[in-house]
Write a protein that binds this ligand. Structure first.
Ligand code: MF3
Ligand code: CO
Length: 263
């Protein structure tokens, strides 16, 4: 598979990625204390199906659900289940779709009810770090420039960057080259070329960077049990400014008095 996409392919990835944003917004409308993560997964599944698309994560290497819902110390790949959301939870919702063979992928972190200020700050800085990465991601820069921007921004607040999981290329499969770490050195790594499509997805921990995987083979947690936030956009590389293929607009327009949406 080619790293550089045609304009037609990019529009297909955009269509799929925009549906991901709409799906996460639909989930956001239903977020409240007491709802189970499995109920949210069903809402997402039906929404995606009703829009003529397929969930990209379901059956991916055996993954059992439509969404990854990662609460508090779960960094990513939380499997929806019986857990009921409660006041103070940091909830990352990660979603992928397939339309006509092209993938969309995006993630957003929400707060449920009353949140601790340190957790709100973690979410805010993590989202900002995603845009720091996007701002540097233009043709001629390198993957390490993205990692450097994300890492230096969040480490300035005393947070740490998860190393074991990274962003990725996106296209007619969910994970393509190049890998896009959220840490790195300026001027290193693969060069970004016009019409490459990548996902940038900082996973930022309030405490130490170490993680562990649950025995379910999926759930990734912080080793110190402190919270972790996660935001993800799919972008196409251009000459002057990255082209956002996914969008948080629909999510940021949701009014729900039970949840905090970082704008
Ligand atoms: N956005 C995540 C990623 O790019 C989601 C993959 S979850 C999986 O890795 F379940 F599909 F593996
Ligand atoms: Co991804």
């Amino acid at each position: 598979m080619a790293l550089v996409k045609t304009d037609i392919e990019i529009e297909k990835i955009r269509k799929s990625s925009l549906l991901v944003g709409e799906t996460i917004a639909e989930v956001a409308r239903h977020l409240r204390p007491g709802i189970t993560t499995l109920e949210l997964d069903r809402i997402a599944y039906e929404f995606i199906r009703d829009h003529g698309a397929l969930p990209a994560f379901k059956d991916y290497h055996g993954y059992p659900a439509t969404l990854c819902i990662s609460v508090n110390d779960v960094v990513v790949h939380g499997i929806p289940g019986k857990y009921e959301l409660k006041d103070g939870d940091l909830v990352s919702v990660d979603c992928g779709t397939i339309i006509n063979g092209y993938y969309g992928d995006s993630a957003f972190s929400f707060g449920i009810g009353e949140m601790k200020q340190e957790v709100i700050d973690l979410m805010t800085r993590t989202k900002e770090s995603l845009y720091k990465g996007i701002d540097i991601a233009v043709a001629g820069k390198r993957v390490g420039d993205i990692g450097y921007e994300v890492q230096s921004y969040v480490e300035g607040y005393g947070y740490s960057v998860v190393r074991d999981l990274v962003g990725h290329g996106l296209g007619s499969s969910l994970h393509e080259k190049p890998e896009v770490p959220n840490y790195g050195k300026r001027g290193t790594g693969p060069k970004l070329e016009e019409n490459m499509v990548i996902c940038i997805e900082p996973m930022i921990n309030l405490g130490k960077r170490g993680i562990t995987q649950d025995r379910d083979g999926w759930t990734i947690r912080t080793i110190d049990q402190k919270p972790s936030a996660h935001f993800e956009h799919a972008i196409a590389i251009r000459k002057d400014k990255a082209d956002l293929l996914s969008s948080f607009d629909a999510i940021e327009q949701v009014i729900n008095h039970n949840i905090l949406i970082i704008k």
